[in-house]
Design a protein around this ligand. Structure first.
Ligand SMILES: NC(=O)c1ccc[n+]([C@@H]2O[C@H](COP(=O)([O-])OP(=O)(O)OC[C@H]3O[C@@H](n4cnc5c(N)ncnc54)[C@H](OP(=O)(O)O)[C@@H]3O)[C@@H](O)[C@H]2O)c1
Length: 265
C-alpha cells in the first residue's frame, strides 16, 4: 500500500470539481460558493431568492472571469420533488454530475418552548432536517458514482456548535442541528466505504442573516447580547475550512469540524 501525501496543498485546488451549495444566496453558503469557485470548482447556487443568487454568481464571475463557473438554481429545500427537478436541471446546465455537495440551507427561529409559534418549528424541521435529507437524496447517486470511480466525493453538512450546547430558547433549533450532526456521523458509516467523504461542519457565531428572521423578542435579545460577548467570525472562515478539507487527497476525510470564534470557547 502506498502512503498518501497528507501535506496540505498551499493553494488548495478544486479544478475539475462540480459543487452544489444550498443556501448560496447569503452568509456561509454565499462565502462557500465563492471560495469553491475561486479554487476552480464549477458551482450550482441553490436558494429561493433569485436576486441574491444572481448577485453571488456575479461576484464569482468577477473573481473568476475566465470561465463560466456558476449556475443559478431556484430551489426550495422543503419541496423535495421540486428540489430534485431543479438539481436535475442544474446538472444538465453544468454538464456534469456533482461531486462536492454542501447541504447548508438552514433556518433559526428561536423562541421559548411555551410561547413559540409552532409554524416556526415546522419551518426549522422542514428546512434543517427534511431539507438536508432532500438535498442528499437528490445528489447521493452522483457522489457514490464519483466515489466508486476513485474520484473525490464530498458531502458537507452544515450543522452548528449548537448541536452540543444548552441554550435557553434554542431547544428546537439546536435539536435540528443535533439531528444533522448525528445524520452525518451515521452516513459516514454508510457512504464512507464507497468513497464518499461525509463531513459535518459545526460553526460557532458567524456573520450572516441567520438571526434576522427571528420573531421572538426574548430570543433576539439573547442573540444580540451573545453576539456582543462573542463577536462573530466572517462567513469566509467557514468557507475556507470547507474548501481546504475538500481539497485533501482522496482517501482522507476531515469528518468533523467545529469552526468558531476563539473567544467563544
Ligand atoms: N451564522 C451562524 O452563526 C451559524 C452558526 C452555526 C450554524 N449555522 C448554519 O449555517 C447554515 C447557513 O446559515 P447562515 O448562517 O449563512 O445564515 P443565512 O445567511 O440566513 O443563510 C441561510 C440560507 O439558507 C437559505 N434557505 C433558507 N431556507 C431555505 C429553503 N427552504 N430552501 C432553500 N434555501 C433556503 C436562505 O436563502 P433563501 O431565503 O433565499 O432561500 C439563506 O441564503 C445554516 O444551516 C445555519 O443553521 C450558522
Amino acid at each position: 500500500m502506498t502512503t498518501p501525501d497528507t501535506r496540505t496543498p498551499t493553494a488548495p485546488t478544486l479544478h475539475g470539481r462540480v459543487a452544489l451549495v444550498t443556501g448560496a444566496g447569503s452568509g456561509i453558503g454565499a462565502a462557500t460558493a465563492l471560495s469553491l469557485a475561486e479554487a476552480g470548482a464549477r458551482v450550482a447556487l441553490v436558494g429561493r431568492r433569485r436576486d441574491r443568487l444572481v448577485a453571488v454568481a456575479d461576484r464569482i464571475a468577477q473573481a473568476v472571469p475566465d470561465a463560466p463557473t456558476a449556475a443559478v438554481v431556484m430551489g426550495d429545500v422543503t419541496d423535495a420533488a421540486g428540489l430534485t427537478q431543479s438539481i436535475h436541471a442544474a446538472r444538465t446546465e453544468i454538464g456534469a454530475p456533482f461531486d462536492l455537495v454542501c447541504a447548508n440551507a438552514g433556518s433559526m427561529l428561536a423562541a421559548p418552548i411555551a410561547a413559540a409559534d409552532t409554524a416556526e418549528w415546522d419551518t426549522m424541521i422542514s428546512t434543517n432536517i427534511a431539507g438536508v435529507l432532500a438535498t442528499i437524496r437528490a445528489t447521493v447517486d452522483d457522489l457514490t458514482e464519483a466515489g466508486r470511480a476513485g474520484r473525490a466525493a464530498d458531502l458537507v453538512l452544515t450543522s452548528s456548535i449548537g448541536a452540543h450546547l444548552v441554550l435557553p430558547g434554542y431547544a428546537v433549533y439546536t435539536a435540528t442541528k443535533a439531528a444533522v450532526t448525528h445524520l452525518g456521523t451515521n452516513l459516514r458509516a454508510e457512504l464512507g466505504p464507497g468513497g464518499v467523504r461525509v463531513r459535518v461542519v459545526e460553526p460557532g457565531m458567524t456573520e450572516s442573516e441567520l438571526g434576522d428572521h427571528m420573531t421572538d423578542p426574548q430570543a433576539r435579545e439573547w442573540l444580540a447580547r451573545f453576539a456582543i460577548e462573542n463577536p462573530p467570525i466572517p462567513a469566509s472562515a467557514i468557507a475556507e475550512s470547507i474548501r481546504w478539507s475538500a481539497a485533501l487527497p482522496v482517501g482522507i476525510n476531515v469528518a468533523s469540524m467545529i469552526v468558531l470564534p476563539t473567544g467563544q470557547g
